[in-house]
Design a protein around this ligand. Structure first.
Ligand code: PEP
Ligand code: MN
Length: 361
């Protein structure tokens, strides 16, 4: 995707070293709540205000957004504070109304990115508009769907594009509401190097508790910024009450983030980094060699199972391996989640190798 406009050229932020921060409540609830949040956030140096007007909710009979009138509240935020405003659009009608109301930045939510028809309809409305559009990752971990949505917008002439990593849905409950998949966002960056990426720690975490650790990871991975939910009275929020921070606590969290340099140009530093990276590459090669060796034993077992007509998957054996290995991992300071993810992946690959052997003539 050519000619994507760099984030800092259209965002009003004086300090380029700091991440771009877009903050505001999950939902616009009342004019007073919106103005209160905006004025407080502005006083902490935040220049871009977010608020959901139309809210896609998982179950019906919960608050589905204040609707069109919230757009006038955003206009008031802009007039009174000078902040840029941002809201989510999920269909062509929303896009038309948001354009008419002069919202500065629009975003496409995770539940819309999964739907190419909806994204195309939105793109058709926004055709040739010089408006920044942010695209959240789809709820399922499908990089092409994410890229597809960005392409639909790029194809109609939108150059101020931003990707938002907000985590992915999983069936098994993890400590996060939406599991971050840093590797997918890294691959997105590899495929479209000039595309700015920001992180949405609020929807990844689902709880205030992890916001700072996720924001720090995003900074360590050189994300351009954060979109984060902030409410004057989080506990009373009409949606996503558990994950919002007061403007004051948000500011505290942001000030505690360690922002490292994206590029290094000091020669000594580069030499040291180079050496350490070479070591990493060597260890990675060794890891792969070991996995290859393990796989060849797996294949021998597969032949043995085939000769004696034994099923590929032996649940008990696998339970034992997982138990033993997570215990051992713990002794080495590796988390249970990490060890079980790696070994589950190795196990699936092993089963696939054995099934291939079973199916050979
Ligand atoms: C939101 O930003 O309020 C929202 C609904 O996010 P997502 O699309 O990531 O669920
Ligand atoms: Mn929300």
């Amino acid at each position: 995707m050519k000619n994507i406009t760099p984030l800092h050229s259209w965002i009003n932020q004086s300090d380029l070293k700091r991440p771009v921060v877009i903050a505001g409540p999950c939902s616009a609830e009342t004019l007073e709540q919106v103005m209160d949040a905006a004025v407080q956030l502005k006083s902490y140096g935040i220049n871009i205000f977010r608020a959901g007007i139309w809210k896609p909710r998982t179950r019906p009979n919960s608050f589905e957004g204040i609707g069109e009138k919230g757009l006038y509240w955003l206009q008031e935020v802009k007039e009174k504070t000078g902040m840029m405003t941002a809201t989510e659009i999920a269909n062509a009608k929303h896009a038309e109304l948001a354009l008419k109301a002069g919202v500065d930045i629009l975003w496409i939510g995770a539940r819309t990115t999964v739907n190419p028809f909806a994204v195309q309809e939105i793109a058709d409305v926004l055709k040739n508009r010089d408006l920044p559009i942010m695209v959240k990752n789809p709820i399922n971990p499908d990089l092409n769907l994410w890229i597809g949505a960005l392409e639909r917008l790029h194809n109609v002439g939108i150059k101020k594009l931003v990707a938002i990593h907000r985590g992915f849905s999983t069936y098994d409950k993890t400590k996060y509401r939406n599991e971050p998949q840093w590797k997918i966002a890294i691959e997105l960056k590899r495929r479209i190097p000039n595309l700015p990426i920001i992180c949405d720690p609020s929807h990844i975490c689902g709880t205030r508790k992890y916001l700072s650790e996720i924001s720090q990871i995003a900074m360590d991975l050189n994300y351009h910024g954060l979109i984060i939910e902030s409410h004057p009275n989080p506990k009373e929020a009409w949606s996503d009450a558990e994950q919002q921070l007061t403007p004051k606590n948000l500011s505290k969290m942001l000030n505690e983030l360690v922002i490292r340099k994206a590029e290094v140009n000091n020669k000594n530093l580069l030499d040291t980094l180079g050496e350490l990276r070479t070591m990493i590459d060597l260890y990675d090669n060794q890891l792969l060699d070991l996995v290859e060796k393990r796989m060849s034993v797996v294949e021998q077992i597969g032949r043995h199972k085939k000769d004696h007509n034994i099923a590929v998957l032996q649940n008990k054996r696998w339970d034992n391996i997982l138990h033993r290995i997570t215990k051992k991992g713990k002794e080495k300071g590796l988390s249970k989640e990490f060890v079980s993810t790696v070994f589950k992946a190795i196990h699936i690959e092993s089963i696939n190798h054995q099934r291939k052997i079973m199916n050979e003539d």
